[in-house]
Design a protein around this ligand. Structure first.
Ligand code: PRX
Length: 644
């Protein structure tokens, strides 16, 4: 059997789940023996959610890239590790075998080393979806540098926050990136950020689009030139740095309910075990299959399920540079047909957007290679689930609805393709080792409630009561924030920030965030971050952001904005706000609707009543509840009248 830890049947899932709860340490130690460690662990798990402190496989040493690459050479050396599909369907793509990928990673390690990168240094990576992005990620991991990948759609301002927080001293970027018909000038955005980050010593620049860039002497280096130098040196081998299981592997910034993104820290040993275990089991990957995850490597889905999970499993992972709707809405299906993709993992927002083009773009493409479909990032609505299952999976491919978060490292709740049943709109059951708990506002276990159909459900806030190897260990440079954000709301539990219910059979259905975090097209956006950006516009006095149901994006961003009396609210002000948000965060955070108001509904203590604004944005104008406690109830009437 290719994966001794791959669950084969529903019965086996039940038995293994039970065992994993009764003896989590024994269970994970058993899984972990199937990886290559340079030194065994002294202790499987040490934890305390009060401090909080979580340590897995303490004392063990390893390098994740030996498990992703070197380990596979003997048997899979010539198998494609990466298939790359460029943005332009006419342009030649290419594949990299495991042997070629390792060679390229080692070459880049030499480049990094020659340029002063050492174990523990933070390296910021800001690139489009090219194989070099995966190579850069793995080279950092091999040399022991902590990578912090910043999604290529983020603005200079967002990069500054992330560079400063991580105190990154080395940057890897490209001249530009192709995305659909857009050509994104990555290097010039980075240059703008670097003006305020003089602690960055070197910038390595890949030539991708050929756009003219300014290269700062002594700081900026071209990727190709540096590779040429090390290639001329001979000696291609680069030994993997020995890492402690609990050494940080990467930082990935994500939005929370405050204005400042959090640097989620994952460590080497536990993350490795969990990424591989969840990949092999959820997708039921079979050796030789082609696996295509449509996420960007700049998000956690790309980290765990384009790069690390598949490579740990010796899989063939497809990296796609472009977008689903360019040059037309048949692009995904074209790729599936061309590369004979067996497993397709995408987001509900992409499915809904492709659905809106009807089935015509699907026709004419042979999708018979598909065996498993997956969904991630937001609740998938019934209609999208059915369309994906019927028109793409032709009714024969299991569809896994995978719930997890940046903080989790890997999928926590999902059906296992073809092994445990899928239910439309339900993530279904926890993976082995995962112990969900639904609690009420007070943190007490939520109680069953009888429904009209005579069945009971348990509804509450989704927490996890026991650590798993892939969970994050801290928020970079601010352990107190880690504690307050995730472990203080319900002492003794990890709180996800999601609402959820469970049916009588123990299936979980995620209902969405219960905090001030929006999920727009599967991207997490903090309302405070957007408000801060809008409020920085000189014409704006204050603003409030809420989410509202959006047909394609899942949630849209609705902004209520109060302008300074000297500024006329109108189209110019609207344009200025959109520009400011794009400049400070990135286009993904642009409000879909901006309503100018003369005031916001506030309590007497000055707190904005978002509940009321949310109802108005949703169009539920008649169910606003009690507004008499507001400082100025009249403002609500005005806002209702002006609703967009
Ligand atoms: O609200 C949940 C939603 O996405 C949030 C996590 O966002 P992020 O850290 O960016 O990671 C996204 C990819 C793992 C969660 O708090 N979410 C993610 N997957 C699902 C989901 N909501 C419902 N169903 C899912 N399958």
């Amino acid at each position: 059997m290719a994966y001794p830890y791959q669950i084969q049947s529903k019965e086996q899932y039940d038995t293994i789940y039970q065992k994993s709860i009764e003896d989590p340490e024994g269970f994970w130690a058993g899984v972990a023996t199937h990886f290559q460690w340079r030194r065994p662990w002294e202790r499987i798990l040490d934890w305390n959610f009060e401090e909080p402190r979580i340590e897995w496989f303490k004392g063990a040493q390893l390098n994740i890239t030996e498990n992703c690459l070197d380990r596979h050479l003997e048997q899979l050396g010539d198998q494609p590790a990466i298939i790359w599909e460029p943005n332009d369907p006419e342009a030649p793509g290419h594949a990299l075998s495991y042997r070629q990928l390792l060679d390229k990673v080692m070459q880049l390690c030499h480049v990094l080393q020659r340029n002063g990168v050492r174990k523990g240094d933070r390296v910021c990576i800001y690139m489009g979806m090219v194989p070099e992005l995966a190579i850069a990620t793995l080279a950092c991991a091999r040399i022991g540098a902590i990578h912090s990948i910043v999604f290529g759609g983020f603005s200079a301002h967002s990069i500054i926050d992330r560079l400063q927080d991580a105190q990154a001293t080395f940057v890897i970027t490209a001249d530009g990136a192709y995305r659909g018909n857009k050509d994104i000038p990555l290097k010039s955005v980075m240059d703008e950020a670097l003006e305020q980050c003089d602690f960055v010593r070197k910038v390595l620049v890949l030539r991708r689009t050929g756009i003219t860039t300014t290269m700062t002497a002594g700081r900026d280096l071209y990727w190709e030139d540096e590779i040429e130098k090390v290639a001329a040196d001979g000696n291609p081998f680069f030994p993997a740095e020995l890492m402690d299981a609990e050494d940080p592997l990467f930082i990935l910034y994500t939005s929370g309910s405050t204005g400042k993104p959090k640097g989620v820290v994952h460590t080497c040993g536990g993350y490795m075990v969990y990424a591989a275990y969840s990949f092999v089991n959820v997708f039921q990957y079979q050796p030789g299959e082609v696996y295509f995850c449509t996420a960007d490597i700049g998000w956690i889905t790309g980290h765990s399920y384009i790069v690390y999970g598949p490579l740990l499993a010796g899989a063939t992972t497809l990296i796609f540079e472009g977008i689903p709707t360019w040059p037309d809405a048949g692009r995904f299906w074209d790729i599936v047909d061309k590369h004979k993709v067996n497993i397709l993992y995408t987001a509900p927002t992409a499915i809904r957007s492709l659905m809106s083009f009807g089935t015509e773009p699907v026709e004419g493409h042979d999708l018979s290679s598909l065996r498993v479909l997956g969904s991630v990032g937001e609740p998938i609505n019934e209609e999208a689930w059915q369309w994906f299952h019927e028109h793409i999976g032709k009714g024969r491919c299991p569809l896994v609805d995978t719930w997890w978060q940046t903080e989790n490292g890997g999928i926590l709740i999902s059906n296992l393709a073809g092994v445990t049943p899928g239910i439309p709109t339900f993530a279904t059951k926890p993976l082995p080792g995962i112990q969900p708990l639904l609690v009420d506002e007070k943190g007490e276990p939520a109680l069953p409630v009888l429904q009209e159909d005579g069945k009971t459900i348990v509804s509450g806030n989704l927490c996890i009561r026991f650590p798993w190897p892939g969970m994050f260990r801290t928020t970079y440079g601010d352990h107190e924030r880690f504690k307050q954000n995730y472990f203080a709301t319900y002492p003794g539990l990890y709180f996800s920030g999601d609402g959820c219910y469970r049916d009588e059979e123990g299936n979980y259905r995620i209902t969405g965030r219960v905090d001030d975090v929006l999920n727009v097209s599967g991207h997490r956006i903090g309302t405070a971050e957007v408000e801060n950006a809008i409020n920085s516009d000189p014409a704006v006095i204050e603003s409030a952001i809420v989410g509202y149901p959006h047909d394609i994006k899942g949630q849209g961003i609705y902004a209520f904005v109060v302008c300074d009396p000297d500024h006329q609210p109108g189209d110019d002000a609207r344009k200025a706000i959109l520009h400011t948000v794009t400049h400070l965060i990135g286009a993904i955070a642009k409000p879909d609707k901006i309503q100018f108001v003369s005031g916001l509904p506030k309590t007497r203590s000055g707190k904005i009543m978002r509940r009321i604004l949310r109802k108005i944005a949703e169009g539920a104008l008649d169910s606003l509840g009690d507004t008499s406690t507001l400082l100025d109830p009249g403002v609500v009437e005005e806002i209702k009248k002006g609703k967009l």
